[in-house]
Design a binder for this molecule. Sequence first.
Ligand code: MG
Ligand code: ZN
Length: 439
Amino acid sequence: MSVFAERRATVLSRLEDGVLIVPAATHALRNNDTEYGYRQNSDLYYLTGFTEPEAVLVLAPHRTGEAVMLFLRPRDRDREIWNGKRLGVESAPAVLGIDAAYPIDELAQRLPDALAGAHRAFVQLGEDERFDRTFFAALNAARTKTRRTGFAPDTFIDPSTILHEMRLIKDAGEIDAMRRAAAITGLGHVAGMRATRPGLTEFELEAVIEHAYHANGAQDVAYLSIVAGGDNATILHYDTNRGTLRAGELVLVDSAAELDLYASDVTRTWPVDGRFTAEQRAIYEIVLAAQKAAIAEVRPGAHVRSAHEVALRVLTAGLIDVGLLRGNVDEAIETEAYKPFYMHGTGHWIGLDVHDVGSYTLRDGKTNRPLEPGMVVTVEPGLYINRDLDVDERFKGIGVRIEDDILCGPGGPVNLSDGIPKEIAEIEEIVGSGALARA
Ligand code: MG
Ligand code: ZN
């Protein structure tokens, strides 16, 4: 049985009297009639391995012979000449190991039968209006059909209660994909460090890094790369990448490869001319110490929140040490005096989605979820000294973040992005050491 079939079997066993419906991701327009690259919805991929658009998966345990149904695009000679090969309805059952496949155009007509006889529908509503309309029309049709005998779903449940709980715990194959994605990401970051020099544009550095991802087998980036020189590093989600790198400044690179739809998420910060200034070094060392302390916290029974608290304590103590904050650590944390310098959390789940699914609390919404073996979380503390802050001039414009992907192993943290240089001595040796290939 394939890993996808195993996952479907698990979901089928948990649906009880319910039916699960998962639509494919829709295309997104970039400008006029040009689209962004297509990326499958992670839930649909998790259950099928299927990467084509315009598809809907239906898991209906009450339907004998049709418990696993996929609606997809039929083969079409003309369309395939324009837009590429399709798996097609005929091949889908054998290739994907599913019970039945139908053309996507038959969804509206067939979905009522799949709904009839189920008490609950596990379906994500409110994300795709076109899908919502199809679903509600099918539901009405199912109610009409079952008016005198039978029943249709009267309860709607967010499928994340099943699917995202499963996705939170990564199996060996997923961990392997994430480890390989992170290793490729490391090759990109090192290539970027080597190529860095004053006068390089942020977008050229982005290209150098992303070239290394593709040259080493990654099909895509896991998210838009952040390549932020100088002051741009103090903008958390800077992904414009249109600036030019200057001597004396740092460049913050938050960029990572996606391999077989699995994400990595790595940040490194290095000096454009290969030498940290005293102030950059001081801030960098604080962030690195905070990151190491927080990584050690990724062990069974701890939480993402406790890793954040550990990092926060080291960061705040460091800010006091270098004179950017006054008072004592407890007070500065209590009054959130650190906030102008550190305004984000220290980590998030990562998996098929870079900000992966799964709740951070238990069902009560407030108790922190204990970390368990197989969960993977980023650890990414940072310090950002915005030019507008009323602080010592020498620190202004410094932004540092260091991020790795940490598996919670049974015995503690396992760094999936281990070995990507982050010690000051290593970085100073690598930066600028490579030639830049240019026409
Ligand atoms: Mg990141
Ligand atoms: Zn991250």
